[in-house]
Ligand binder design. Structure first.
Ligand code: NAP
Length: 484
């Protein structure tokens, strides 16, 4: 427990006070690597959420009008607090989520980087003076904070997904009611503790754990909540979009993916295998931008499969808190069963197990990093999100064929391609229906660039200058009667 440096919070932050659920009920949180119960968090519902919304609404009246320099100063303090506590936060994240410590350290650092980015970017959130048709008018376009924001986050990146929402919201002057995922609530609650320590006023940041339906329902029903930002599955995202209609909220949705990773004959093989490893196995394959489908051109297929299999077989699987571990456990038994079902489906339709293929000898929710070759479009993973350490490899012949196959999904989040042909890189940019495209890189998310999908992968952007837009509303003011 001491490794967490007092950052493991077992209460919720509502209106500046740490409280339990009204009912006194709690939810247990366990370590997926060991099964050990780490602690309990409040099982809150509708009434606690309404109090948090009221607190955020009251706080917005002042926080929304604070000086830019004050908000920028708080963000810099928050960035420093995150980095000062990086080690403890990383241990907490690995304990509740399972990813290896080196990845958890990276997640804390990228979260802090989003905070610093928005401390810088809000200074450039300029308005406009638009040329008017007549000389007696001046047309102003100005930006203002949208108001109270509801933020709902998933378990796979419990710290950085909150960072991408909190940082632009707080920069803009919004107040927030956040609900972390029930499997991994501690990383989110730790953000609440640090926000309080660096001096955010009561009610600006509220964090609740508990019933998704009740907390989510209260957020969606509230006319005071003007914007909802969600990261999670496409199915829940669709429900929230429907629910947002009654109060006409702004929504941004970071939803599921089914990323293609295309290796052309002219690719740098070493670079392609290195990119494939990170794009497939980061967080045990449980990222929204993880490769779901590898498409490898016929001329390089055998060499790629051989090298990628060797690298996959060498991955060290174990408790992410231990030195040298590269693959932790999956989040729960449901995730293991889904990977098993996808493998069984592929084998029944002609796929071959090239590597792995079953539960790992460590037991629990550990799974062997797995490669299936001879994949075809009839297999479930051709259209479904895998969310596990399973790599499916398809063979292709031509550029047109692979672009059509890559686009044949309802998702449109990330796509990757390895080629040394510059003209082809531009074709891919123009023809792949994806919000994020990595050419010769398997890891492309960065604070400076807008992250977000198209089609059923969502709407809105996180990161880049665009990431502020969802937290601002623009107003047009016409100053008339100014004379000739
Ligand atoms: P999920 O089941 O959709 O849950 C996400 C969050 O929504 C959790 O906090 C969950 O609470 C909450 N929730 C569930 N049902 C709800 C409801 N009816 N109303 C309001 N909130 C509700 O997704 P997940 O399994 O945690 O995350 C995995 C998914 O997230 C994958 O599809 C992945 O691709 C996607 N993802 C997308 C991005 C991106 O940037 N596009 C990034 C990361 C993950 P409970 O935990 O309490 O159920």
């Amino acid at each position: 427990m001491s490794t967490f440096s007092g950052l493991l919070q077992e209460a919720n932050l509502i209106g500046g006070t740490w409280v339990g659920a009204d009912s006194g009920k709690t939810l247990a949180v366990s370590n997926p690597a060991t099964g050990e119960v780490l602690g309990q968090v409040p099982n809150c519902g509708q009434s606690e959420t309404q109090r948090a919304i009221d607190a955020a609404s009251a706080a917005f009246a002042e926080f929304g009008r604070t000086a830019l320099s004050y908000r920028v100063g708080l963000l810099h303090k928050l960035h420093d607090a995150l980095m000062d506590n990086q080690e403890a936060l990383a241990h907490l994240l690995t304990a509740e989520q399972g990813k290896p410590l080196f990845e958890a350290r990276g997640e804390i650092a990228i979260g802090a980087a989003y905070v610093r980015w928005y401390a810088e970017e809000i200074r450039r959130a300029k308005g406009e003076i638009v040329p008017a048709a007549s000389n007696d008018r001046r047309l102003l376009v100005t930006h203002h904070p949208v108001g109270v924001v509801g933020a709902i986050t998933p378990w796979n990146f419990p710290s950085s997904m909150l960072a991408r929402k909190l940082a632009p919201a707080l920069a803009a002057g919004c107040t927030v009611v956040a609900k972390p995922a029930s499997a991994t609530p501690y990383s989110g609650l730790a953000w609440g503790k640090l926000c309080q320590e660096v001096g955010y006023p009561a009610g600006v940041v509220n964090i609740l754990t508990g019933s998704a339906r009740e907390i989510g329902g209260a957020i969606m029903d509230s006319a005071e909540v003007r914007k909802v930002t969600f990261t999670g599955s496409t199915e829940v995202g669709k429900t929230l979009i429907r629910q947002s209609a009654d109060t006409v909220k702004k929504v941004s949705m970071e939803l599921g993916g089914n990323a293609p990773f295309i290796v052309f004959d002219d690719a740098d093989l070493d670079a392609a295998v290195e990119g494939a490893m990170v794009a497939k196995y980061r967080n045990m394959g449980q990222t929204c931008v993880c490769t779901n489908r590898f498409y490898v051109q016929a001329g390089i297929y055998d060499a790629f499969v051989e090298r990628f299999s060797q690298a996959t077989a060498a991955l060290v699987v174990g408790n992410g808190a231990e030195d040298g571990v590269q693959q932790g456990p999956l989040i729960d038994m449901g995730a293991v069963e889904k990977v098993e079902a996808l493998i069984a489906d592929a084998l029944a339709k002609g796929g071959q197990v090239q590597q792995g293929g079953k539960r790992h000898g460590n037991g629990g929710t550990f799974f062997e990093p797995t490669i299936i070759t001879d994949a075809n479009a009839s297999m479930r993973f051709a259209t479904e999100e895998i969310f596990g350490p399973l790599a499916a490899i398809f063979k292709f012949e031509s550029e047109d064929e692979v672009i059509a196959a890559a686009n044949a999904t309802r998702f449109g989040l990330a796509a990757y391609a390895y080629t040394r042909d510059l003209a082809r890189s531009f074709h891919l940019n123009e023809r792949l229906d994806y919000g994020l495209i990595g050419i010769n890189s398997g890891l492309i998310a960065t604070v400076e660039a807008p992250f977000g999908g198209v089609k059923e992968s969502g709407m809105g952007k996180e990161g880049g200058s665009q990431g502020l837009d969802d937290y601002l509303v623009s107003k047009y003011t016409c100053l008339a009667g100014l004379g000739a």
